[in-house]
Design a protein around this ligand. Sequence first.
Ligand code: BYC
Length: 345
Amino acid sequence: MATAAAQKAAETEPGGAGSTAARAAEQQAAFDEAVAADERIEPRDWMPDAYRTSLIRQIAQHAHSEIIGMQPEANWITRAPSLRRKAILMAKAQDEAGHGLYLYSAAETLGVSRDELLDKLHSGRQKYSSIFNYPTLTWADVGAIGWLVDGAAITNQVPLCRCSYGPYARAMIRVCKEESFHQRQGYESLLALSRGTQAQHEMAQDAVNRWWWPSLMMFGPPDEESSHSEQSMTWKIKRHSNDELRQRFVDICVPQAESLGLTLPDPDLKWNEARGHHDFGPIDWTEFWDVLKGNGPCNDQRITQRRRAHEEGAWVREAAAAYATKQAGAPRADTAATAHGEATA
Ligand code: BYC
């Protein structure tokens, strides 16, 4: 919030009870004006408590998804079919860790600590994306995740680059660039399988059959059941509804599936001339809500592995903290040299 709106919020005179209420109203008005003018809200700007809480919820869930999302694919790093595929997959999993770190940092600017967020993930008080509760049964699943899951993620995240909260919007720009590479590598890997032997083609088709519907669920419940969409869109955290983005994704995937020589597992999928979009069949929302409740095929495995990784990584965090303390207390190399009477170049 850099302009007139911000100035107005800062200029309210201090005084009695009346001025406190007046100040609150001015702060709210300045915030509303900034959002309406498509300005970014920055960490030190005043913001409504509910805006802060909703952002923490969404950004934390997003960060958790990135780090839990490393698990299903990492499962295949040791079994990648070639050195090239292994190097690509390792780089991708590292990128996802990096995305988690940008996002935890963005959440921290809202006044929560990373420890608090991780604690909420580990105790089931915060969610991560439903998609990562499905298993990666064959090598083709790595390609299907890249094409469909990262493809869905990009469709959802490109509009988040224009999110009203500055640190989240800026994190998304870099994340989206890397997700584009992930999506392309998944597509290219599936194409190689699809054009390979009959068995490879069947493996690619089977993976697409299993990942298609869960990918559509990534966009969240239908608009009429989405509890946060309306408010998030008013605040310009979200720019499009869940159903709008889901439709955009379906429309993007249909021609790509044709180029891949694979079919999407939906007999109702067809072009609707009047709507200018593809119609698609009903999504099994019972399955979605069930996965959210913890009853997906891999919920227990994912969270157990995450807790174990956190516990086993305690020594790394302690060593990093001890090193940072030591560095903070140590004199800088140039001043130390001067103190000892040595020449500084
Ligand atoms: N899974 O009111 P709604 C990746 C929850 S990682 C689980 O529509 P909202 C990648 C929702 O939280 C990609 N929960 O919510 C990484 C809410 O529950 P609470 C992750 C879901 O926030 C590694 C309730 O359902 N992307 O790309 O307006 C390898 C009602 O929903 C899901 C992001 O996180 C779900 N799918 O909209 C490869 C993007 N959907 O919180 C790839 C950022 C909904 O009230 N997030 N819920 O308990 C968003 O854009 C939005 O938060 C959503 C949901 C569209 C996901």
